[in-house]
Write a protein that binds this ligand. Structure first.
Ligand code: NDP
Ligand code: 2IT
Length: 452
């Protein structure tokens, strides 16, 4: 039976309704549960949110667009993939969020990502709603020409649904500078309009300085804010990072810059361990390897005589601080126990939902500094927001200006977490703080805009 009122929500009853509406979407259920757990007690104290059924409406996307994408490979064979755009909520601004190209992409994954994006974008303080899209297309092993033809076919349909004031996509897993360039080119060709319809663009055609760095830098800035609450900093801290892509690379760069020791990175093949700590030269090698030659970390390990653990994740390597920066559910309960047993004091999530619910619970119980993705990795979309600002103003800010704003935004996100997540013991529950902090602005806007 459909629940017709949100009067005094309970988590069980609410989640039963979400599962009934969206059966089988496990990642989406996981993301909603994490938010609902924290915001339901808050909502129960606010009758206007109950009367307006805000949480029920917030867990149903505004619309989901799914489409066929046909393209030809280099051998002239016809290939087919599925494309998606989930436009989740535009109460506080145009839909905004990345595109993911990966064989694991399905509706559940994109709905979880779009849902997270609503709260994350709200936390940035900028006027952006939440969306996400992508395809099950696998860019691995494809030529540049194949990637271009796929991007053109994908954008041919997507272009009908996006726009600088409607929905502004960007990158995510499998979508970086190369893909954004091809997507932008096709949008411009179809619409005959040069506009800020995508972010993460190249610097020569409307991109913002610091956008490539922003997610990784932001995650480190957030870690710095968390450490400061305990009178500590990153200098001399031993850090492990999962992933070796955009977020991981710039997390490593900023950590090294701030005097930390980065001892591990990972990719789909396994984990590389560098007990001496990565140097800027070694990191440059990784960037060249991953971004240009599109190789694996095994080659990096072989080149520098480092240990490579096939198929392993980095959480078994002793560290003070962990930066999960690859993908969802990459850190489970056992990994969390290992990290805690080895003395880890901080986890800052560069990836979206990298920790399983069991891992999150263990981190919360332990009282370590645990920054969930929607707070810790919001720097990327924040600078996307500033790319939109610069495009509208038709100017470009300097590196220093953008970096200064990024640091200010990460500080403000930390303050919102403190405001809504303060504990009786005088600490901060960042999961609670980020979820309620992100919720409030969206909920207020929905109430003000009526039943739409
Ligand atoms: P990239 O594609 O640049 O890099 C992803 C990295 O993670 C790669 O090294 C990849 O390995 C590894 N990886 C991906 N999937 C798996 C898997 N199933 N198992 C093991 N390793 C895996 O993506 P990004 O760095 O952009 O994104 C990483 C995470 O950060 C994602 O969760 C994304 O949603 C999140 N994020 C990204 C933002 C951005 O601005 N780009 C902003 C906020 C969050 P390999 O090298 O072998 O491909
Ligand atoms: O998950 C994310 O926040 C992103 N992939 C970045 C989105 C964006 O619009 O820059």
């Amino acid at each position: 039976m459909q629940v017709l009122t949100d009067e005094r929500l309970t988590l069980d009853r609410f989640m039963r309704d979400v599962r009934r509406r969206s059966p089988g979407e496990e990642e989406f259920h996981q993301a909603v549960t994490e938010v609902a757990e924290k915001v339901i007690p808050f909502i129960n104290d606010h009758p206007e949110y109950l009367e307006n059924r805000i949480l029920t409406r917030l867990t149903e996307p505004d619309r989901v667009i799914m489409f066929r994408v046909c393209w030809e490979d280099d051998d002239g064979h016809v290939r087919m993939n599925r494309g998606y755009r989930v436009q989740f909520n535009n109460s506080i601004g145009p839909y905004k969020g990345g595109l993911r190209f990966d064989p694991s992409v399905n509706l559940s994954v994109l709905k979880f990502l779009a849902f997270e994006q609503v709260f994350k974008n709200s936390l940035t303080t900028l006027p952006m709603g939440g969306g996400k899209g992508g395809s099950d297309f696998n860019p691995k092993g494809k030529s540049d020409a194949e990637v271009m033809r796929f991007c053109q076919a994908f954008m041919t349909e997507l272009s009908r649904h996006i726009g600088a004031h409607v929905d502004v996509p960007a990158g995510d897993i499998g979508v970086g500078a190369r893909e954004v360039g091809f997507l932008f080119g096709q949008y411009k060709r179809l619409q005959n309009e040069f506009t800020g319809v995508l972010t993460g663009k190249g610097l020569t055609y409307g991109g913002s300085l610091i956008r490539p760095e922003a997610t990784g830098y932001g995650s480190v800035y957030f870690a710095r804010e968390m450490l400061a609450t305990r009178g500590e900093d990153l200098e001399g801290k031993t850090c492990v990072i999962s992933g070796a892509g955009n977020v991981a690379q710039y997390t490593a760069e900023k950590l090294i810059d701030l005097g930390a020791r980065v001892v591990a990175l990972s990719d789909r093949q396994g984990t590389v361990h560098d007990s001496d700590g990565l140097t800027p030269a070694k990191l440059n090698y990784v960037m060249e390897l991953k971004n240009k030659r599109r190789g694996t970390l095994r080659e990096f390990a072989d080149e520098f005589g480092l240990n490579f653990f096939e198929g392993a994740r980095p959480w078994g390597i002793t560290c003070d601080c962990a930066f999960p920066s690859a993908t969802q559910n990459e850190l489970d309960g056992d990994d969390a126990r290992t990290l805690l047993d080895n003395g880890c004091i901080l986890v800052s999530e560069g990836a979206n939902m990298p920790s399983t619910p069991e891992a999150v619970e263990l981190f919360e119980e332990s009282g370590i500094l645990y920054g969930p993705g929607k707070a810790a990795n919001a720097g990327g979309v924040a600078i996307s927001g500033l790319e939109m600002t610069q495009n509208s103003m038709r100017i470009s800010w300097s590196r220093e200006e953008v970096d200064r704003r990024l640091q200010g935004i990460m500080r403000s996100i930390h303050e919102q977490c403190e405001e809504y997540g303060g504990t009786e013991q005088g600490g901060v529950n960042y999961v609670k703080g980020a979820n309620i902090g992100g919720f409030v602005k969206v909920a207020e806007s929905m109430v003000a805009q009526g039943v739409v």
